[in-house]
Design a protein around this ligand. Structure first.
Ligand code: SAH
Length: 363
């Protein structure tokens, strides 16, 4: 049993069952045993692989997106390039390398990273040596003046609460103990009369309060101080019901209660509700688009071709594999499971990446 699991069992023995959000927060962020506090989880040797870790092309195209956004903002002389949950710093490094050729962009930017993990902060410091990044514990701390923000697989790591529809109404879903004293899902005895949402019996409603709060803060800042943000994650374009909590270890799904602190826990992002929160806070929305349509509209095929021209046969195969993984639909890739939503100050011209686009035949 993980040290954290023993601690959570003790906590439930003393205080009673805990909400899903509290369980996620402990599993991911416990100061000593939390999943992100103790390790670098990324890559083939780790538990999961993200788009920036699959290919440099991902960050390069997003770098050019950011440079477009900066020009659309009127090329402010100073702005903050902000990343939420930067992992190994790979996306930011690729963005910065690809934009060196954009006149004035690097002179205007300062790099700001929102990261809670000390292990990943150290990785980011090594990856981004020479760019003098400034770290923040909270999103609010990173927001000052004009901002261009990116977040890839950040919102999915934020704790949320769940509610289940029973014949007499909504009940909060909890983590408690079964008869044998093991962690088990259950329901609160009292119903949540305040949740006035119609649904069929058995429906699960997820309440991503922390993610909605962060999107509201970010959008409110962009609306008043200027800028744009790109949110990329797995999730749905339309709101729906369902339990999306998942555990992941060594690239396999695992029971979310099996190894708290030793397996990643995530949820799917409800892009409709994130978009509504941003609209309410005063920004314009672009998308959401699928990752496939977004990357194709930004010129992924052209970028892959340009890289292939300078590559040997083995590297060409790797580029082609990465291309497929980034945009393939269904189980084969990240093309339609992942969505991209951009927010911007209302008066900005359209941002690239959100025109519908079909894959040309690659003959
Ligand atoms: N964006 C990176 C890493 C994704 S993993 C990539 O695409 O490769 C999630 C990232 O969010 C990690 O860097 C993790 O440490 C960070 N993170 C998770 N919860 C956080 C929180 N509450 N505040 C700030 N960062 C958080």
């Amino acid at each position: 049993m993980t040290a954290l699991k023993a601690e959570i069992i003790d906590l439930i023995r003393q205080e009673g069952p805990i909400g899903i959000g509290r369980y996620m927060a402990l599993a991911l962020g416990h100061p000593r045993h939390g999943y992100y506090m103790t390790r670098d989880p990324l890559g083939a040797e780790g538990d999961f692989t993200t788009s920036p870790e699959i290919s440099q092309m991902f960050g390069e195209l997003i770098g050019l997106w950011a440079a477009h956004a900066w020009q659309a903002m009127g090329a402010p002389a100073r702005f903050r390039l902000v990343e939420l949950g930067p992992g190994r710093g790979t996306l930011m490094a690729d963005m910065l390398r690809a934009t060196r050729i954009v006149p004035g962009f690097h002179a205007a930017l300062s790099v700001h990273l929102v990261e809670t993990s000390p292990v990943l902060r150290a990785r980011q410091a090594a990856t981004l040596k020479g760019y003098d990044p400034i770290w923040h514990d909270t999103v609010a701390g990173a927001l000052e003046g004009p901002v261009i923000a990116v977040a890839n697989e950040f919102l999915d790591a934020l704790p949320l609460d769940q509610f289940v529809m029973m014949p007499e109404g909504w009940h909060e879903r909890l983590v408690g103990l079964d008869d044998a004293g093991a962690l088990a899902f259950g329901l609160a005895a009292a119903s949540e009369d305040a949740l006035r949402i119609a649904a069929a019996a058995g429906a699960v409603f997820e309440q991503p309060a922390i993610a909605l709060d962060i999107v509201t803060q970010l959008a409110g800042h962009l609306a008043s101080a200027g800028g744009a943000a790109l949110l990329i994650d797995y999730g749905s374009i339309r709101s729906g019901f369902g339990d999306t909590l998942q555990g992941m270890k060594r690239h396999e799904f695992v029971d979310p209660l099996a190894e708290p602190g030793d397996a990643d826990l995530t949820v799917h992002v409800d892009f409709e509700r994130m978009g509504q929160a941003a609209l309410k806070a005063g920004t314009a929305l672009h998308g959401p688009a699928t990752q496939r349509d977004f990357l194709l509209a930004l010129g992924l095929p052209q970028r892959a071709q340009a890289l292939s021209l300078k590559a040997n046969a083995r590297q060409r195969d790797a580029i082609s594999d990465a291309f497929d993984r980034l945009i393939a639909p269904g189980e084969a890739g990240m093309g339609d499971l992942f969505k991209v939503l951009a927010l911007s100050q209302r008066n900005l011209p359209p941002l690239p990446g959100f025109d519908l686009h079909r894959l040309p035949d690659r003959g």
